[in-house]
Ligand binder design. Structure first.
Ligand code: WT7
Length: 650
């Protein structure tokens, strides 16, 4: 097992805990003091209790139908996700409440009340219909963090067209693969977006991605930057302001079956091909609604801000669907945290009076490096709760966040989950759970998480192993789009009937979970999932490269950084320019977030006698560790030469 468990053992012994404050009256506490026990005794009733807080066009006959690995939740229930996120608030006393407070990177801003949102979502839904999008059709969305991103997702949900959002940092080629796999007939995009003062060339990427064979028939284009009017292709592309603005603001929401697909979202697995993770409507809405309500403890007067992008699952569950189904007021921000200066986040917190902030450890470590000076410039006394997600948080960063952002007053909820789980699985409940910096603490009520050894036996307190989930939960993935075999093989075959997370974890003496990182070939760079295989295929795609092997190396800020070992073809000579060229090649093929930090040339890659690349050895080399067992190596000298070259470079 490969985990980044250095130092955790030591921390487990240090008894740094943060008991809940009596002043923190949480939503979970108000509901019931014995929630964990009750949920455990009868998980179906527990989840059904939350389901009843949503609006259904038709009630369900049965809560769960479970034949591993296939789960169906809220059988025969009918509902619409956009109705639950928008209409029911727009038609209540919340109609004039701010739903979205959006700020663009250049400083422009817009506020949408729930009533505004209802009108905009309905207009967009009508526009989609006018472009021939029907229930069941897939729509790709490739936008910057502008309000139209949330509006498009909800408009798709309104007419029953599953969306596939692609993060704006992905390249043309990544768009092409995902559009092809999902067979989307429409792409919603923008001319560009703003990031660190520059323009991200979204429309150019879309134009490059769509060739004659593409299933895309139309592009609906938001005019954000105004710099790319000449990139509009006549007959195919239509401006948002031309089409959407003139639509009727009334659109009946489609009545969707609980198990109808709400969306798919591509994520990296252990092969070069990304997986389209499928989520359905009823269970996903129940999972995101419930966890948002209890973990983020939303109250009517809160101002909630999740700094994620809707291109990732965090933005789906904890921007679009969870907070809006709870009728929250939330902040959306388009750009980077250091533009125009390194206090941008704290400026936003102060300006809108943010009370709940949800961000990633990699961002926290960056703020830590920048120093307290930046948060200290602003009055952040409105904050009352902090959250983190995406990768293990080191206790130092946790404590820094608690102290310097939370003013030693706000609980920190470290939330563990995945694209596949749909909603948070392991997290403290604020005001209830005693916090331990670096630990995601306990499974959410109703979630049966466990840590098991290779044979599937639960490890005792103090032990480590693989994190699994033993019982189904409402927002679990229903499949990989178009690939049932991969779904079964990836998640359900290591321990039949149990969900395999691919994460390593430890249990402390009090039964708290400590997440240690992926055990597979997935690298977590700044809380973004990247597969070693994807980067390797991008590298060998360059004609100068013969073979490549990538690994994740621990990185102070990013959590992990990508390191590539490359053998080049005969006749080619190594140079700094070639390093730059190869790094750029990966960025162009996948996206800038997949650019390797380091590339090392090797005459040969270390392999077993059967020809399998020994990544463990490469990791040892990259981390500067003493080499492990090399007896299975075809040529142990190869590793030694790699290692000495690496050390010379450092
Ligand atoms: C992987 C899932 C879930 C939204 C963002 C990432 C890692 C996520 C934590 C956490 C330790 C974490 C795991 C997981 N991860 N949250 N709180 N502590 N590790 O979603 O791209 O699907 O990645 O992120 O390794 O498997 P994702």
């Amino acid at each position: 097992m490969t985990t980044n468990d250095g130092g955790i053992d030591a921390l487990l012994q240090e008894d740094r805990t943060f008991p809940p404050s009596k002043d923190f009256v949480s939503n979970a506490n108000i509901s019931d003091p014995d929630i964990y026990d009750k949920a455990k005794a009868d998980p179906e009733s527990f989840w059904a209790g939350f389901a009843k807080e949503l609006d259904w066009f038709q009630g369900w006959d049965q809560v769960l139908d479970w034949k591993a690995p296939d789960a169906k939740w809220f059988i025969n229930g009918k509902l619409n996700a956009s109705y639950n996120c928008v209409d029911r608030h727009a038609k209540s006393e919340k109609r004039n409440k701010a739903a979205l407070i959006w700020e663009g990177e250049p400083g422009d801003w817009k506020v949408y009340t729930y009533w505004d949102l209802l009108r905009e979502v309905s207009k967009c839904a009508n526009a989609l219909k006018s472009l021939g999008v029907q229930k069941g059709d897939r729509v790709t969305i490739y936008l910057p963090m502008v309000p139209e991103l949330v509006i498009s997702m909800l408009a798709c949900a309104r007419i029953g067209a599953p969306h596939s959002v692609i993060f704006g940092g992905f390249s043309a080629e990544s768009i092409r693969d995902r559009v092809e796999d999902s067979q989307s007939k429409l792409i919603i995009t923008a001319d560009g977006g703003y990031r660190r003062g520059s323009i991200v060339e979204l429309k150019q990427n879309v134009n490059d991605a769509i060739n004659a064979d593409s299933p895309i028939e139309n592009a609906l284009v938001v005019r954000r930057t105004g710099h790319a009017d000449d990139l509009m292709v006549s007959g195919r592309d239509v401006w948002w302001h031309d089409l959407v603005d003139s639509q009727s603001s009334v659109c009946e929401p489609e009545s969707m079956d609980s198990e109808d697909m709400l969306f798919m979202l591509y994520t990296s697995g252990t092969t070069g091909k990304p997986k389209g993770i499928v989520h359905t409507t009823g269970g996903y809405m129940v999972g995101t609604y419930a966890t948002t309500k209890w973990i983020f403890d939303l109250k009517d007067d809160d101002v909630y801000w999740c700094t994620a992008d809707c291109g990732w699952i965090t933005g789906h569950s904890y921007i679009t669907y969870g907070p809006l189904s709870n009728g929250a007021t939330q902040v959306l921000y388009e750009g980077s945290p250091d533009y125009p200066d390194k206090d941008r986040f704290w400026d936003i917190v102060a300006k809108y009076g943010v009370s709940i902030l949800y961000t990633a450890p990699t961002a926290i470590r960056t703020f830590m490096r920048w120093g307290e000076e930046y948060p200290n410039r602003h009055d952040m006394s409105t904050l009352r709760l902090l959250g983190t997600v995406g990768e293990p948080i080191n206790p130092e960063a946790w404590v820094w966040y608690w102290k310097n952002i939370g003013g030693e007053r706000c609980p920190v909820v470290d939330t563990w989950w995945q694209t596949e789980t749909g909603s948070v699985m392991i997290s403290p409940l604020p005001g209830i759970t005693t916090l331990k910096p670096g630990s995601a603490t306990q499974a959410f009520p109703g979630i049966d998480a466990d840590i098991v050894d290779d044979k599937g036996n639960s490890v005792p307190p103090g032990g480590g192993g693989y994190l699994v989930v033993k019982q189904p939960w409402p927002s679990m993935l229903r499949g990989i789009y178009g690939d049932k075999d991969r779904f079964v093989e990836q998640y359900w075959s290591k321990y039949p009937g149990e969900y395999f997370t691919s994460d390593g974890a430890k249990l402390d003496e009090e039964g708290y979970f400590w997440l240690l990182g992926r055990v597979d070939d997935v690298i977590n760079v700044s809380a973004h999932r990247i597969s070693t295989m994807e980067v390797e295929s991008a590298l060998v795609d360059n004609p100068k490269v013969a073979e490549a092997a990538c690994i994740g190396k621990s990185h102070e800020v990013k959590g992990q950084a990508i390191v590539a070992f490359v053998t080049i073809k005969d006749q080619i000579s190594t140079s700094d320019d070639l390093v730059t060229e190869l790094k750029q090649h990966v960025a162009t093929k996948i996206g800038p977030m997949a650019r390797p930090d380091d590339i090392y040339f090797a005459a040969e890659l270390p392999k077993t006698r059967s020809g399998k690349i020994m990544r463990r050895l490469l990791r040892d080399v990259a981390e500067g560790r003493t080499l492990g067992d090399t007896t299975t190596l075809a040529d142990p000298a190869v590793v030694e030469s790699l290692k000495s070259q690496y050390e010379d470079d450092e």
